[in-house]
Every structure is written in C-alpha cells, then in structure tokens.
Design a protein. Structure first.
Length: 284
C-alpha cells in the first residue's frame, strides 16, 4: 500500500489530481497564450488578463506538485519493496516516467524566457549528438524557433505528449472520474502556495543573465554536461539511469546501483543550483 498522508491521500493521489489541475489551468492559459511571441504573451497574461496571474501560478505549481509526487509515489514502492509485475514496471518507467518529465520540461520552455530558450537549446544540442535519429527528433520536438517561434513546442506540450499521457495516467490509476474531495485538498495546497510564492516568468531573452540555469530537475544534467563530454553526460547517463530503473525489481545489486546514481544526481543538482555562479564557476 502506498504511503498515506493523514490516512487520507497518497502520493499517487496527489500526483494524479495535480495533473488534472495542471491540465485545466493550462487550457485556461492557452486561450491567451501566443507561441509566436511567448514571453510577451505571458507578460500580458500575468499583468493584464483578469485572473491570468492566478491561473499561471496554479498551472506552474500544480505541474511541480505532479512531478515531485509522481517520483515520491514510485519511491514509496521501491523503498517498501512492494511487489509489482515486472512487465508493467518496465513500460511505466521507460515510457510513462520519461514522458512526465518531457511534458513539464516543454512547459518550462514555453515561458519563452532566457532560461527556457537556453534549456531548449541545450536539450536540442544533446539530442543532435545521437547518431542517425538525433537531428530529426530534435526538429520534431522543438521545431525551428526562428521560423515558427515556440509553436512546435506548444503543440507537443498541449497535444502530442499531454493527450497520450492523460490516457496513460487514467489507465495506470484505473479511474474514470477523479475523487473530488482529494482534488479539493490538492487544489487548496496549490492555491496556498500560489498566493505565497510568485514563480515568475524568467528573464527576457536579451537580458544579460549569467549563469543561465534550467529547471530544477534539469540542473543535474546541466552540471554533468559541464563536467564531462556532453554526449556522455546528456545522453548516455540518462539512458543508463533509465535502464537501471527499468531493471530495479530484478536484482538487489541493481537497486544499489540505482540509489548510487540517484544520490550522485542529487549532489550534482545541489552544486548546479546553489554553488555555481557567473561563468559557471564555483562561488567559493
């Protein structure tokens, strides 16, 4: 049985209902969002459109809730060694789990900020290092920002990835309708956080920002790419991590390797997030 918070709501519940809130708030924002002038449209949504800033914050924090609680949901299963069909585990961690990060990552890019465009450029460059398919995959995922702005990213975020993910999520939780009481709990937490913290929309593309850092879950990759050969840090390392995670239930040694990789990645994330300054040099 997954961890229960106050014996009422599990991490899986939080993840599922956070995703629903993110989808609903995202649809509201999409009516005023312009992928051809993304940053300016977010400024208008935040500063001019009635309730625009509120829904933007709700969308942002519900997405963060979704991603963090999804990981904690899986962590509970791994920590407690709960029996799980090996085939189902494999497909969930090789498709469902990576797809969740792609959905949130493309949402980060859609801010059109300096940080978002930088994260897209890094990810695109890393994909292009993959032989044969890398360049095509990069174009399919990000398009050409000079010709179509963030339209391709927007389409992928709103339709190409989110719709299949939506149906996969419902298949996973075996639910037809959400639990409205749990949905209310999660919405309350997201709203309270939104009222206290302004996540901002980042800096304009031409802003002289140094260093430029991606989203929190991408910082470990950013640090790894800086430390070693980009192809190894940005492509090989994630693939190895995914393979190890997919084999997690099969052997004790695999479990040990996974926790070592996770601890290492968390350390890299802390270094990139808190210790890197101008020129990506250490602050001390």
């Amino acid at each position: 049985m997954a961890m229960q918070w106050n014996d009422r709501i599990s991490w899986g519940d939080i993840s599922f209902h956070s995703f629903l809130i993110a989808v609903i708030s995202g649809v509201v924002i999409a009516f005023k969002y312009n992928p051809f002038n993304a940053y300016k449209s977010l400024e208008i949504i935040s500063g001019v459109v009635p309730w625009g800033e509120f829904f933007r914050r709700i969308h942002y924090f519900s997405a963060q809730f979704f991603l963090i609680s999804l990981f904690l949901h899986k962590w509970e299963y791994m920590r407690k060694n709960i029996k799980y069909p090996a085939s189902r585990w494999f497909w969930e961690v090789t498709i469902f789990f990576p797809l969740s990060f792609v959905v949130v990552f493309t949402g980060y890019i859609l801010r059109g900020s300096k940080e978002g465009i930088f994260a897209m450029d890094v990810a695109s460059s890393l994909l292009k290092t993959i032989p044969l398919i890398g360049s095509g995959f990069s174009r399919a995922l990000f398009g050409n920002i000079d010709l179509s702005g963030l339209y391709t990213v927007f389409t992928n975020h709103a339709l190409t990835f989110t719709l299949p993910f939506f149906f996969l999520f419902f298949w996973h939780v075996r639910l037809v309708l959400p639990d409205f009481k749990k949905l209310g709990y999660v919405f309350l937490w997201v709203t309270l956080l939104s009222l206290v913290i302004n996540p901002g929309i980042g800096k304009p593309v031409d802003y002289p920002l140094d260093p430029v850092k991606g989203p929190w879950f991408f910082l470990g990759i950013q640090e790894l790419v800086y430390e070693i050969y980009p192809w190894l840090g940005g492509v090989v390392f994630p693939l190895i991590s995914l393979v190890v995670l997919s084999l997690y239930p099969r052997a004790k040694v695999i479990k040990i390797v996974f926790w070592i990789i996770l601890a290492w990645y968390l350390i890299l994330t802390v270094i990139a997030g808190f210790l890197r300054g101008p020129g990506w040099s250490l602050k001390f």
